[in-house]
Design a protein around this ligand. Structure first.
Ligand code: NAP
Length: 447
């Protein structure tokens, strides 16, 4: 990897990159197929990702048409790596097997190990046949939408492609590694005022929040909207809060500690609910919803907004909160959901939905255009990375554990080929203009 690092440092041209050899193997965060039974009989809480995650040396995959190999300088942890490492709700090897059956090229992904990770910032190492927009040496980030687009269903909105997959979760060769394989149309220009680890961190969650909240495919946020944001200091929520503020809306941030409440206020959000201090209990037991608590939650929101209910509820905790989310949404309002962290068998009282003409909208990642627009917001300095800590690749399992236990704020960065945090900035003037926004979530000194 030394040749690669030297070429990155020297800013080598495309011609010079062609003389840089592609290594035969690379280090990567993996799970192993022969370990999918590791946690059998345990509850989700008892499963520790550090037991199933490995930093292994694996062969560099063959490069196919329309693809690129990227030297990954940094990546970030997403919650999908928590799911992969727990083999929940199903082992991701099932995705790889299914994908592998679709074509000879896809068969490369069906391996006894799965290289995880759905974000990266790095430098293009090689491009495959048919790629003309990108060249070796380009400094890039990658979004995680992998689609085939052979079926017309995805031609208007690429998320509707029947062969839509999340790279590094439903495909192999993800970004938590020294080298990654992507489809070239996943590539986007790196925001050059950011370090490698900062540039790698918004990708998945920012694009998801963009579609979920801003896009007409999601809640179609409008100026003046009040937006209830669960987990406003987490991965998705830290970007939803920024997007709401950028769009002239009023976020009502729900978090679980005074420290997280302070960060939301530093971001510019004035209305914050500490759910731990309030001790909301939306369920009396596993099967009995606690309607009184929905009403108490609604009153808490109205106390902050001057008596108004939210036009939009930004949902992802799932079973634990969903009924309360449907209850508190405004008449005619939208509950937009992209996940079910606390359980996917949701309950809600449908009378509150139909009688008050509310809508529930499902949202998932982002189409090509939405992902590109989200990256442009970062490049323009309108959305900012929310890194609280950065780990070396060897410590990625500990970072996944931190996310599983909800001990992090915002995002967790991972250094892959980057030797230390803070490298890769090419536009220091722009960085200086946004300096006060880049460390808001930082709780620990960079690795
Ligand atoms: P994250 O960084 O862990 O943040 C989630 C936040 O939700 C936490 O900070 C926590 O905030 C809050 N939370 C967790 N459990 C809760 C509960 N029971 N009740 C209320 N709040 C709760 O994770 P993330 O990156 O935002 O992802 C969240 C979920 O969305 C995950 O399940 C992930 O897999 C999914 N996701 C889906 C997509 C998609 O495309 N469909 C994309 C990204 C993420 P407080 O403790 O401060 O309240």
């Amino acid at each position: 990897m030394n040749d690669i690092l030297q070429a990155v440092e020297a800013g080598a041209s495309a011609d010079e990159w062609s003389a840089v050899p592609v290594p035969e193997s690379y280090r990567a965060l993996t799970i192993r197929k022969d370990e999918v039974g590791l946690f059998e009989g345990m509850t989700t809480e008892e499963k520790d990702p550090r037991a199933s995650l490995h930093v292994d040396t694996v062969p560099v995959p063959e490069l196919g048409p329309g693809e690129a190999l990227v030297a990954v300088m940094a990546s970030s942890i997403n919650y999908n790596t928590v799911w992969s490492s727990l083999f929940e709700p199903m082992p991701t090897f099932e995705f790889l097997e299914r994908y592998g059956r679709t074509s000879a090229l896809a068969a490369r992904h069906d391996l006894p190990y799965h290289v995880l990770g759905s974000d990266l910032a790095g430098v293009v190492l090689r491009v495959g046949p048919g790629v003309s927009r990108w060249r070796a040496g380009d400094r890039v980030v990658a979004h995680c939408l992998s689609v085939e687009l052979e079926d017309p269903a995805g031609h208007d909105d690429s998320m509707l492609d029947p062969e839509q997959r999340i790279w590094g979760f439903e495909t192999n060769f993800g970004g938590l590694a020294e080298i990654a394989l992507v489809k070239a149309n996943q590539l986007m220009p790196k925001p050059e005022h950011l370090s490698w680890e900062e540039a790698a961190s918004p990708g998945l969650v920012h694009s998801t929040a963009y579609r979920q909240l801003v896009s007409r495919n999601g809640a179609n946020l409008t100026q003046g909207d009040r937006v209830l944001i669960w987990g406003a200091c987490g991965g998705l929520g830290s970007y939803a809060t920024q997007l709401a503020l950028n769009g002239g809306a009023t976020p009502v941030c729900v978090v679980s500690s005074p420290e997280k409440a302070r960060i939301c206020r530093d971001l510019g959000a004035e209305l914050v609910i500490d759910r731990s201090a309030e001790d909301f209990r939306f369920w009396l037991d596993d099967n009995t919803p606690n309607r009184k608590e929905w009403r108490r939650f609604g009153s808490c929101i109205r106390d902050l907004t001057g008596g108004e209910d939210p036009e939009i509820v930004f949902e992802h905790p799932g079973r634990e909160t969903f009924a309360a989310s449907v209850y508190v949404a405004r008449r005619g309002g939208t509950v937009v959901t992209c996940a079910s962290t606390s359980g996917y068998d949701h309950y809600f009282d449908n009378r509150h939905l139909w009688m008050h003409l509310k809508r529930i909208v499902g949202s998932h990642f982002a189409n090509y255009q939405e992902a590109w627009r989200a990256n442009e917001l970062v490049r323009q300095g309108r959305s900012h990375p929310t890194l609280s800590a950065t780990y070396p690749l060897d410590e990625a399992p500990a970072a996944v554990r931190e996310m599983q236990l909800n001990l992090h704020h915002g995002k967790l960065g991972i250094l892959c080929l980057a030797e230390r945090a803070g490298l890769g900035v090419r536009d220091p003037e722009m960085r200086a203009r946004h300096a006060d926004r880049l460390d808001l979530f930082r709780t620990r000194a960079p690795a």
